[in-house]
Structure formats: C-alpha cells, structure tokens
Design a protein around this ligand. Structure first.
Ligand SMILES: NC(=O)c1ccc[n+]([C@@H]2O[C@H](COP(=O)([O-])OP(=O)(O)OC[C@H]3O[C@@H](n4cnc5c(N)ncnc54)[C@H](OP(=O)(O)O)[C@@H]3O)[C@@H](O)[C@H]2O)c1
Length: 396
C-alpha cells in the first residue's frame, strides 16, 4: 500500500510517498481503506523533530497522522463481519506514530465511528468527517469551556482555520456577535462566502441582504460578524472600530504570541457589561479595550470577560496565560484553558467526536477543508506552516 513516511526529522520534504506492506487486522481490529487523512500542526512539529507536550518524538522511520476516514474492507478475529463495507472515521489515539498517513490502516473497532448521513440521506463526505474527529472534537470541548451566550462579543484568532471556522459559526449560532481575525483577505473571503447572512444588516431600516460589511468596518448594527485582517499594520485599530466602542467579552485564541496577546487586550473586565468600561479602565475610551461608546454594538447583555486559550500556532504563548510562566492577565479577566497543564483533561473523547460529527451532518456546522492530494503531504505541511490554508487540512 501507499504510505507517507519520514526517515529523518526536518523540513516538509522529508515526507515521502513509499510502498509499505499492508497491515493485517489483529484481534478486535478492522482494516480500513482510507480516503481522507487529517493533517495537524502537531504532525508538523513532530516532523521537524520538536517534541513537547502533548507527545514525545516518534521512532524513525514513522508514518505520521492520527485521523483517518474510509471504508472497512476486512475484520480481524472477534469482530463482526457486518462492519465490512461501512464508511467510518477514526482517531488513532494520542500517539506520536499514529500511522494515519497510510492508505490502509488497522484500527481497533472501538475507535470507529460510522460516518453519519445528512438529513437528505447522503453521507457526510469522508474529508468533512475526518475534520470532525480531531478538530471538531476539540472545537466542541473548547466551546463547552467557553460557554458562549447571546450576551457575548467574541473575538476569534485564526478565524479561517480548522477550529476558527467552527468557533465563528457556533458563536453566531449562540446569538453572539463576532469579530473574526485572520491573516489576509483571501482567508476573510472564505468567511464571507461561508457566512453571508451574518455579514448583512438585517435591521428594519435595511431589509435582509441589503448591505454587506467591508473588511474592518465597524459591525453595522445589527450585522453580527466583522472580519479583520490582522496582517495589516493597523489591524488593532480596525478591530476596535469593528467592536464599535464595546469591549469584547470572550477571546478564543489558538495563535498566542503577539497576535493572541493583542487580541486579548480587546477584552473588557470581569463582569463588565458589553459596552461598559473594563475594571480600572478610563471611561473615555482610552483603555486597552477601546471602550467608550455607550451605544456600542455589544450592548446585548452581561457576560464575564474571559480568554479561552487553546493553542499557540505562532510558536509562542499568549502572554496572558499563566502556564507560559508569564504574567497572569489582570485580575479583571478570567483565563480558561482548553490545552496546557492547566486545562481540564478531556474526559472520554468519544462523546465529543459524536457531537462534532452530528453538528456537521445536520448542517449546523459547515465544514471548511483544505484538501491536498495524498502524495503531496509535504505540500500540505508546507502550506500549513506557511499559514496558507483555510479550514481543516486533509490529505485525499
Ligand atoms: N485541531 C486540533 O485538533 C487542535 C487540538 C488542540 C489544539 N489545537 C491548536 O489550535 C490552534 C489552531 O489549530 P487548527 O488545527 O485549527 O489550525 P489552523 O487554524 O487551521 O491553522 C493554523 C493557523 O494558525 C495561524 N497561525 C498564526 N501564526 C502561525 C504560525 N507561525 N504558523 C502556523 N500557523 C500560524 C494561521 O492562521 P492566520 O494566518 O489566520 O493567523 C494558520 O492558518 C493551534 O494552536 C493548534 O495547535 C488544535
């Protein structure tokens, strides 16, 4: 069978397409002919030879990847033959050498999920299903921690990414208003195409669909989504304009570093009502949240100001996260973790995977994928590391 392996740690080109022996399903396992393989930033770190939480380096040579979707073609001892022919998706476990970049994978039957059908009876595509197994699972978990409500004004970093596209959709589903930050106009266009209704002013004076928001414009009341390109030098001013004078109440940050830290400074204080100054901030709008317009777009209720940190794609932590060993954010803001030593451990992961698959199958989440031919795994890694992907990266 075909597999992507690397024999040394290094740049993306160490990933090569090779012929390797077919696996044989053991007791309790099935054989899956895989057609979609999830690619993760963690795969790239391990390929570079950077161990660290949560995984140690794999022994070489190794077949990376921990997320596959395809069809069961054989079963091992003790497994019901009725599995054969079923479309499935599986997470291969929190291991450094998952073997997921392979066209055939032996998987414990207990790790399988049948790929659900959509309401019209057609099955969810394997690439969309695999986006739900790791990334969708993490999105559900993080959203549970964030507890978004209609009172929230939410800032999302890397908003066009695998997790970001799901966060933006779910925050809007919860009735919140959202400022989506992403690197470049092409990424913002993906969100524009995905969520046109949220960008429209649908108020009584402007019938539904009457106007869409230009990038970095203030959220026009009552449009619920604004898009800001944070590669622009003045992006933080654009984000403040988009907030139209209100502080954000929730920052969902997986980028960390200077970007995540600057985005976090858009928060108001603990317990502040959106539209009110943060604790200790001057009331004239000169505070870090740019507060000051009492008629700001966020005046939809009261929500505690909080940062939910779920990663550091930039390579550096958000300076407001205590596990980074840096300053704790001012006491006015609550910090919650979805990754890192202070994060509550995800209990059984299966329910989170099921909830994510159900959301995608029902259409509640529209899944964005960046599909790359299987043989071009090196390109997929390069594009992910160079921030040139939108949505979940999947080898097909
Ligand atoms: N997917 C999961 O299952 C999962 C689980 C746990 C934690 N996380 C963490 O969540 C964050 C987002 O993960 P994701 O899988 O959804 O990835 P992603 O957002 O699809 O891709 C990463 C994005 O992060 C942004 N970024 C900023 N600086 C970057 C840099 N130096 N190198 C690469 N990317 C950079 C880029 O978007 P912009 O150009 O828009 O900034 C890039 O497109 C990551 O920190 C990841 O480690 C993910």
């Amino acid at each position: 069978m075909d597999a992507i392996r690397h024999h040394s740690f290094g740049p993306p080109k160490v990933l090569t397409l090779e012929r390797v022996p077919d696996p044989v399903p053991g007791p309790g396992e099935v054989l899956v002919d895989a057609v979609a393989h999830g690619v993760h930033l963690l795969d790239a770190s391990l390929r570079r030879g950077e161990a660290g939480p949560p995984l140690p380096l794999p022994a070489l040579p190794t077949v990376p990847g921990r997320e596959i979707a395809g069809t069961v073609t054989a079963v091992g001892p003790g497994i019901d033959a009725s599995w054969v022919g079923q479309r499935v998706a599986a997470h291969l476990g929190r291991v450094p050498d998952g073997g997921g970049y392979a066209r055939r994978v032996a998987v414990a039957a207990g790790q399988l999920h049948a790929i659900p059908d959509r309401p019209d009876g057609t099955p969810l595509e394997p690439a969309d299903a695999i986006a739900m197994i790791g990334t969708g699972r993490m999105a559900v978990y993080t959203l549970d921690i964030a507890a978004v409500t209609a009172a929230d004004v939410v800032v999302v970093t890397a908003a066009a990414g695998g997790l970001g596209t799901l966060f933006v959709q779910e925050a809007l589903n919860a009735g919140a208003r959202v400022v989506a930050l992403a690197g470049g106009s092409a990424k913002l266009r993906i969100l524009q195409e995905l969520l046109p209704d949220a960008l429209r002013d649908s108020g009584p004076d402007a019938p539904h669909g009457a106007r869409s928001v230009d990038v970095a414009d203030p959220l026009p009341r009552p449009a619920r989504l604004a898009l800001v390109d944070y590669t622009a030098p003045d992006w933080i001013d654009a984000a403040r304009r988009a907030l139209a004078g209100s502080p954000a109440t929730l920052v969902l940050d997986g980028v960390g570093g200077d970007l995540g830290t600057a985005a976090t400074a858009l928060l108001g204080g603990r317990g502040s009502t959106a539209g009110e100054p943060a604790d200790g901030e001057p009331a004239d709008g000169t505070g870090p949240g740019g507060v000051g317009d009492p008629g700001g777009v966020g005046r939809t209720g009261s929500a505690p100001a909080r940062l939910v940190a779920y990663g550091w794609a930039s390579g550096a932590p958000n300076r407001y996260t205590s596990w980074a060993g840096a300053e704790q954010i001012e006491s006015a803001v609550e910090v919650r973790y979805a990754v890192g030593p202070d994060a509550p451990p995800m209990p059984d992961q299966r329910p989170y995977q099921e909830r994510a698959l159900a959301r995608a199958a029902s259409g509640r989440w529209r899944v964005v994928t960046h599909r790359v031919p299987f043989a071009d795994a090196a390109r997929a890694h390069r594009e992910l590391e160079e921030r040139r992907t939108t949505g979940k990266v999947v080898l097909v």
